[in-house]
Design a protein around this ligand. Structure first.
Ligand SMILES: [Zn+2]
Length: 424
């Protein structure tokens, strides 16, 4: 374990704040939502009725049948029989928060805090410059207002902006370290330079409402000149596998509707929110990750994925299904919507309207139907060779399900019927 670290109070409170306690506890025991909190049979005493409560707002737990109560660190101590020190180390690893290095004095923890505060500040300053940039940039404005059909209110709500030649020079008083550490600047032999140029800028706000990075959509028509979308790199405050675009705005609607809708693109999110569906979120321009899925399942038991109706969409659906199978628990559902060929949620909503979107989402395929179609694809049950191929696909799917035993059982029966061979 190396040197013994003295944890500063600031580091500990950051840990307590950043951890998602319902998600953490939910990895060990099955939690059910009840009003604003989560309940379960208590894992620390012989419990007949669910006395164990987790409060997602305070990030604390409490049992009404025994003395178990506390924060995330206390949970790690009790659930894994760890000392305070080991509980903190394990928790930091779980949350992906780097441990303070070496034998740490409180002053070094303050340094970290200060450094992160500088990142947050410079990102805010950049966001303001990007917003101002939009006023002066007719092609950026026309892209957002005409091509994407976004209103001024929506543009303001999502903090959209434009960068033309860059902002790094204007922000030089922040210092190179901060500009690099925040992800705004990159570095080559000649010095530091703007990572984002000639782009529409989309601020990425984390679940707690803090600006942690940007995504940029190229305004250059030739795709070979610049990638269409560019994100901030991983920084100490931006982790693309963890964040969900739009979640901060979507959370209340998701909780109310008991359903989240996951789309692929940033503008799909923005367009859906503008049109009246605020349940919509997206991963960060990549395939959905397990962390993102767990983050979303804290807020709802039901997720509907919307994919473009092309081959790339089918591929994306398969990789999303794999993550769902890893994470889903009995009682949770995932559904899959495939839009007509050539449409994404943005174009679909603008062409057919929000009511058509709502009914498309309502009519999405169940996960089991989607998987069944995948297995039955080109399957001729009179040909044993094909049956074996299909049976192997089915077994691979069943093997991924770890947290939903009833669902796995029911799915196996369905697959056996489909393939006409036993799968156990
Ligand atoms: Zn208890």
């Amino acid at each position: 374990m190396g040197k013994f670290i003295v944890f500063g109070e600031e580091f500990l409170s950051r840990l307590r704040e950043e951890v998602n306690l319902p998600e953490l506890v939910g990895r060990q025991i099955k939690l059910k939502r009840s009003g604003r909190s989560f309940v379960s049979l208590c894992p620390f005493h012989e419990d007949k009725t669910p006395s164990f409560h987790v409060n997602p707002e305070k990030n604390t737990f409490r049992c009404y049948g025994c003395p178990a109560a506390g924060d995330a660190i206390e949970w790690m101590k009790r659930a894994h029989h760890l000392s305070f020190y080991d509980a903190v180390v394990a928790l930091a690893q779980e949350c992906g928060i780097p441990l303070p290095a070496g034998e740490l004095e409180e002053s070094e923890d303050k340094d970290l805090r200060k450094r992160l505060a500088k990142y947050y500040q410079v990102l805010k300053d950049a966001a303001r410059l990007y917003e101002e940039g939009l006023e002066k940039n007719p092609s950026g404005r026309s892209y957002l207002e005409t091509t994407r059909g976004l209103s001024k209110v929506t543009i303001k709500k999502f903090g959209l902006g434009v960068v033309s030649t860059g902002v790094v020079r204007l922000l030089s008083s922040a210092g190179n370290e901060t500009l690099l550490g925040s992800g705004l600047a990159a570095k080559n032999d000649a010095g530091i330079y703007d990572r984002f140029r000639q782009r529409v800028m989309l601020p990425i706000v984390n679940e707690g409402g803090n600006l942690v990075g940007f995504a940029g959509r190229s305004l250059i028509a030739k795709p070979e000149k610049a990638p269409k979308y560019l994100n901030c790199p991983e920084t100490e405050i931006f982790h693309k596998g963890k964040e969900l675009y739009g979640l901060h705005f979507a959370k209340p609607a998701i909780r109310k509707a008991k359903l989240a809708v996951m789309v692929e693109g940033y503008f799909d999110v923005i367009c859906a929110h503008q049109a009246g569906d605020e349940r919509v979120v997206a991963p960060m321009g990549t395939a959905v990750t397990n962390q993102q899925m767990r983050r979303l399942l804290v807020h709802t038991d039901n997720i509907t994925f919307a994919f473009d109706g092309d081959r790339a969409g089918r591929r994306a659906a398969l990789s999303a299904a794999a993550v769902v199978l890893d994470e889903i628990k009995d009682g949770q559902t995932a559904r899959f919507l495939f839009l007509p060929e050539g449409e994404d949620p943005d174009s679909f909503i603008r062409k057919f309207g929000i009511e058509a979107w709502f009914s498309a989402v309502d009519g999405a395929d169940q996960l089991s139907t989607f998987l069944g179609n995948y297995i039955a694809h080109k399957l001729d049950r009179s040909v044993p060779e094909q049956q074996v191929l299909a049976a192997n696909k089915a077994k691979a799917i069943l093997a991924r399900i770890k947290k939903a035993l009833l669902f796995r059982h029911a799915l196996r029966l369905k697959f056996e019927e489909l393939v006409s061979v036993p799968l156990s």
